[in-house]
Design a protein around this ligand. Structure first.
Ligand code: ZN
Length: 363
C-alpha cells in the first residue's frame, strides 16, 4: 500500500537560522561518524508540570523544529486528563517522567501518601502510552530518605537538576537562554511546560548547545545524568541499534523492497510530511495509517527521486542502500490500529525536500 502527499511549508526568514541549526546539530541515531562526532557531550532538557492543553503541543513543535528531544516530567492528574498529549510527547520522541499526582510537598507526607502520588501517576502514564516512567522528579526538588525508598519500590530514578532556568519565577526568554549556557556535559536543566517564554527559548538554547558541541540527550535511568539518546522512544534504555531487529520474533529490518505484504496482519499506508526546509536540508515526519485490522509492526521502503539522503532519524531503525531507504518500527511504536494515523517517526535529510512514494508493509 502506498500514498503520496506533498506539503511544502512557507520558507520564512527563519530559514537561515534553521539551516545553521541543521548543520550544527547532531541528531539521534546518527547515521554517520561525522554526525556522531558533532556531539561531544549531552545535556538533558526537562519540562515539568505538563501536559498542558495550552502549551504542550507548541513546546513539542519547537523542540521538533530544533531537532531536539527532551524529558517531560508530567503531573499525573494532567496525564490522566490529557492522555493524547502524553502520546504526542512520545510520538515526538520525547521521554516521559513522573512528577507526582498532585504536585505536593512530598517530604511532609507519609510513605503511604508518597506511594499513592507516585503509583497513580505511573498508572496514568502507563494508560496513555503503554509504558510507565522510570524517572521521577519530586515537586520543588524536595526529597528525603523516605521518598527515595518509595521511588525505589517503583523502579524510579530520582532526577533533580543542575541548572534552574527560573522560568517559573518569571525569567525572560533571554534569561532562560542564559541559564542554559551553564549546562555542562551530563547536566540537567529545569524548565516548565507552561510558559511561552520557555517555548521561545528552545531554538537559541539548542543553537548555543550545538556551538559548544553539546546535544540534547536522554536521562539515564541508571545514573540520572544526561546521555546520548537511544533512538527509541519513552523509557527505552538499550543502546541504538541499526543492524538488528528489536524483537527477535520479527524478521530483520533489511528486507528487500520486493517482499510482499503478509496477509492477515492488516496493512498500512505512509506518507512523508515535509515539516521544515532550509534549502540545504529538510526535516520529514513520517505519518503511518493503519488499514485492515491494523498492524503490530511495520517496515517502510521508498526510493529517493534525486539526491536525497537521511542524515539522522529518530524512532525508527533506518538503513539506506543507494537511493533506497528501509525503515522499521523500534518496538514501542510498532502498533497502529486500523484507521489510526500516527506521527510514527522522523528524520533530517539532505537534498531537496520531497514526499516520496512510500510502501508500508505490515511485519
Ligand atoms: Zn513541578
Amino acid at each position: 500500500m502506498s500514498g503520496i502527499r506533498r506539503r511544502r511549508p512557507l520558507i520564512t526568514v527563519l530559514a537561515a537560522v534553521i539551516a545553521t541549526l541543521g548543520a550544527a546539530m547532531a541528531f539521534t541515531l546518527p547515521q554517520t561518524a561525522a554526525n556522531a562526532a558533532a556531539c561531544n557531550g549531552y545535556v538533558a532538557l526537562t519540562y515539568d508540570d505538563g501536559p498542558n492543553p495550552n502549551t504542550t503541543q507548541r513546546l513539542i513543535g519547537a523542540l521538533q523544529a530544533a531537532g531536539a528531544r527532551a524529558t517531560f516530567f508530567n503531573i499525573g492528574q494532567n496525564a490522566q486528563n490529557y492522555p493524547s498529549l502524553v502520546r504526542a510527547q512520545q510520538n515526538a520522541g520525547m521521554w516521559t517522567g513522573n512528577h507526582s499526582w498532585t504536585h505536593p510537598h512530598m517530604t511532609q507526607m507519609s510513605s503511604a501518601q508518597m506511594a499513592s502520588e507516585i503509583s497513580r501517576t505511573q498508572q496514568a502514564v502507563q494508560q496513555a502510552i503503554g509504558t510507565a516512567p522510570n524517572l521521577f522528579r519530586p515537586p520543588y526538588g524536595e526529597t528525603n530518605a523516605t521518598l527515595r525508598s518509595v521511588e525505589a519500590q517503583y523502579g524510579l530514578t530520582e532526577v533533580i537538576w543542575d541548572v534552574d532556568s527560573r522560568d517559573w519565577a518569571g525569567a525572560s526568554t533571554a534569561q532562560i537562554v542564559q541559564a542554559a549556557r551553564g549546562l555542562q556535559n551530563g547536566g540537567v536543566i529545569l524548565m516548565h511546560d507552561n510558559y511561552q517564554t520557555t517555548i521561545d527559548a528552545v531554538p537559541q538554547i539548542v543553537a548555543d548547545l550545538a556551538s559548544r558541541g553539546l546535544c540534547p540527550g536522554m536521562i539515564s535511568p541508571a545514573t540520572g545524568r544526561a546521555v546520548a539518546p537511544d533512538g527509541g522512544g519513552n523509557n527505552q534504555t538499550d543502546p541504538p541499534t541499526t543492524d538488528e531487529p528489536d524483537d527477535p520474533t520479527t524478521p530483520p529490518d533489511d528486507d528487500d523492497d520486493t517482499t510482499p505484504p503478509p496477509t492477515g496482519d492488516g496493512d498500512c499506508t505512509a506518507v512523508v510530511d515535509v515539516v521544515n526546509d532550509w534549502g540545504s536540508g529538510w526535516q520529514g515526519n513520517v505519518m503511518i495509517t493503519g488499514g485492515g485490522n491494523g498492524v503490530n509492526g511495520w517496515t517502510l521502503t521508498w526510493t529517493w527521486p534525486s539526491g536525497q539522503s537521511i542524515n539522522s532519524s529518530w524512532n525508527a531503525d533506518v538503513s539506506s542502500s543507494g537511493s533506497s531507504v528501509t525503515a522499521s518500527d523500534v518496538g514501542w511504536n510498532a502498533g497502529i490500529a486500523a484507521g489510526q494515523t500516527v506521527n510514527a517517526w522522523g528524520f533530517v535529510a539532505s537534498g531537496s525536500s520531497t514526499s516520496p512514494q512510500v510502501t508500508c508493509t505490515a511485519t
